[in-house]
Design a protein around this ligand. Sequence first.
Ligand code: HPA
Length: 313
Amino acid sequence: MNGLQINAMNGMNMNSMNKATRRLSLKTGGYTYEDVQATADFLLSRTKHIPEVGIICGSGLGGLVDMLDDVEAFDYGSIPNFPISTAPGHAGRLVFGILGGKTCVCMQGRVHMYEGYPSWKLVFPVRVMKFLGVDTVIATNAAGGLNETYHEGDMVILKDHINLPGLCGMNPLMGPNDERLGCRFPALSEAYDKELRKLALTVSNQLGFDFVKEGVYVVQTGPCYETVTECRMMKMLGADMTGMSTVPEVMAARHCGMRVFAMSLITNMCVVDYDSDKIANCEEVLETGRQRSKDMQTLITELVRMMPSRKIE
Ligand code: HPA
């Protein structure tokens, strides 16, 4: 069974759409349902793998692909319609392979709003994952710690998010909605799968990782790191860490019915004191990523191994 057949069984069958929707062939952002399908078909005709898990590797965390067996990789530039990653620490390769006994597709590097991409464009790869057969998306990111009990190097499981750009009018699901992808008004009160969060905590305990926590992530577009007052505001809003990614992909994944797990690596603590001499910088973010990347890889691999498969064989 190929990825599209699996999707058809998951309720995304072209035949199930009504004629009115078919005639409109709505442009979801700047591309159509058929564009997503064409990109997935391109990949499926060039790889033997039909992935059930999609992994998005954050800044400095792309080393996870070294854990994959039986690898087949594609540069983003060689994939039709794919956005190209320009950020430091983001290789820009789509890598298929086996991790923890499950077939996975990994984005070794993502695209961000600060690169100038409209948010509908940066969720294109997540939608392609759905068409490839993926039903579980795992996203990692580098984040600045806002919660005072956090330390550099902590790994934090997302239990919720605040979408600051979304609240100000930048949401990847804005524009015409193609019902074949998902509904007009998706609920996000259970964006981060409870079972996977619980399992990740269990796995962390088994590994003896006492630096794994749960928290709320607030996204902002970047590329500037936050001002002191912005950090204080985000803390007051209830956020534990902040970064420039993940939330658009999570929304698109939930929109098309995939389950989601996400984890932040706290690469630096945000500056919340006006008199502090500390200044956030990209080198520090990448260096902490390098130091903790092995632990992140181990945790994600074990989580993938232990997670119940939802795939229809
Ligand atoms: N702010 C925003 N994004 C980040 C940070 C930060 O402090 N650290 C890593 N990504």
